[in-house]
Design a protein around this ligand. Structure first.
Ligand SMILES: Cc1cc2nc3c(=O)[nH]c(=O)nc-3n(C[C@H](O)[C@H](O)[C@H](O)COP(=O)(O)O)c2cc1C
Length: 331
């Protein structure tokens, strides 16, 4: 709650957040990003890395069932010290299950908890969760209160959109602010717009004005593809922070501000990513999950297609290393 200090209050302004992207920003991806923070910048406001990271969203119903809990925890709620500050993101509809899940998040020693009120996925919305909560502000408030009770003195944040069918931010955001979250991330689109129209950063500006004096930080989100753009959008909108999702995909160096990464370094990063993935997820997460990262990194150079094809067939970190090393050796 806003009357307690938390890591949110200690972040630089503007701060930069790595968005939750289901099946993308898992432990392995976050570890890659965290390892690229520069130790020499540790003392400065920005460490060449995201100032805060989020887990992929996890169902509170799933976490409630003992059998699913262990698996979901291993799959989605693992983190390392260098990934801090890290926030666990939850989704669901039942306040009492949010209470239970928040207690687990606290036991797991996260830095905070985030409630998903923006996911447009058909199944999630049909269950009344994610973005459907925009249409049910009373339940949204109950969920925040129950989560706050479960999380104790750790901070709670909310990630949402500007409206469901249309932009209703002016009515929706005040409802959230009444529940006094430490931060609200505003993905600057309605649910109906999905990702088909550009994010409306004017709406982020409006969110900042609405939240002024509330003690709740506003994080803008949507369509940021470089650190320079993130800084510009923060300055224009007055947002306390900027969250970046798809723009980081394939670019482990996004937050460092480095833009020209030598090919050899990019390829070796894939080997490292595969090794971290295997060490953490062997037996519980299909190695093929990495293919989207191979495709995102291996592009835009002669021979990329051929190398991609070879990587798609790799089924272990050792195989990835072999493919990359033989490609690099043959250059
Ligand atoms: C593949 C994918 C998975 C996502 N998973 C989540 C999620 O688990 N939780 C969440 O709050 N948002 C999720 N999002 C939404 C992103 O966090 C973000 O709000 C959205 O992509 C817009 O930001 P961007 O333009 O910087 O990507 C997901 C988006 C994508 C593309």
């Amino acid at each position: 709650m806003t009357n307690m200090t938390s890591f949110w209050d200690k972040l630089p302004k503007p701060f930069f957040a790595l968005a939750p992207l289901y099946d993308v920003t898992d432990f392995a991806f976050r570890e890659m990003i965290a390892r690229r923070r520069s130790p020499s910048l540790e003392a400065s406001a920005h460490r060449g890395g995201p100032d805060v990271m989020f887990t992929e969203f996890v169902s509170v119903d799933g976490l409630y069932h003992e059998k699913a809990r262990a698996k979901l925890t291993k799959l989605h709620l693992g983190f390392s010290e260098i990934q801090r500050p890290i926030v666990a993101q939850l989704w669901g509809t039942k306040p009492e299950l949010f209470f239970q899940a928040a207690r687990l998040v606290r036991e797991l020693d996260f830095n905070g908890v985030d409630v998903n009120m923006g996911c447009p996925d058909k199944k999630v919305v049909a269950a009344g969760a994610g973005a459907a909560l925009i249409k049910n502000p009373t339940l949204a408030q109950e969920i925040i209160t129950a989560t706050q009770e479960g999380i104790g003195d750790l901070p709670i944040s909310v990630k949402t959109r500007i409206g469901y069918e249309r932009d209703t931010l002016d009515a929706w955001l005040p409802k959230l602010l009444e529940a006094k979250p430490a931060a609200v991330t505003v993905h600057a689109r309605t649910v109906k717009e999905m990702s088909k129209v550009p994010a409306d950063w004017q709406a982020v500006r409006r969110a900042v004005v609405i939240a002024e004096g509330s003690g709740t930080l506003i994080v803008g989100n949507g369509d940021i593809n470089s650190l320079a753009m993130a800084k510009q959008r923060a300055a224009e909108s007055g947002a306390d922070g900027v969250m970046i999702g798809r723009g980081v995909f394939g670019g482990y160096w996004f937050f460092t501000g480095r833009t020209e990464i030598p090919l050899a370094e990019r390829l070796q990063a894939l080997v490292e990513h595969a090794e971290i993935f295997e060490a953490n997820f062997a037996g519980i997460k299909n190695f093929a999950m990495l293919r989207k990262h191979f495709a995102a990194v291996v592009q835009g150079f002669a021979g990329a297609k051929d190398l991609r094809m070879k990587l798609m067939r790799a089924e272990s970190a050792a195989a990835v290393r072999e493919v990359i090393n033989s490609a690099s050796g043959g250059e």
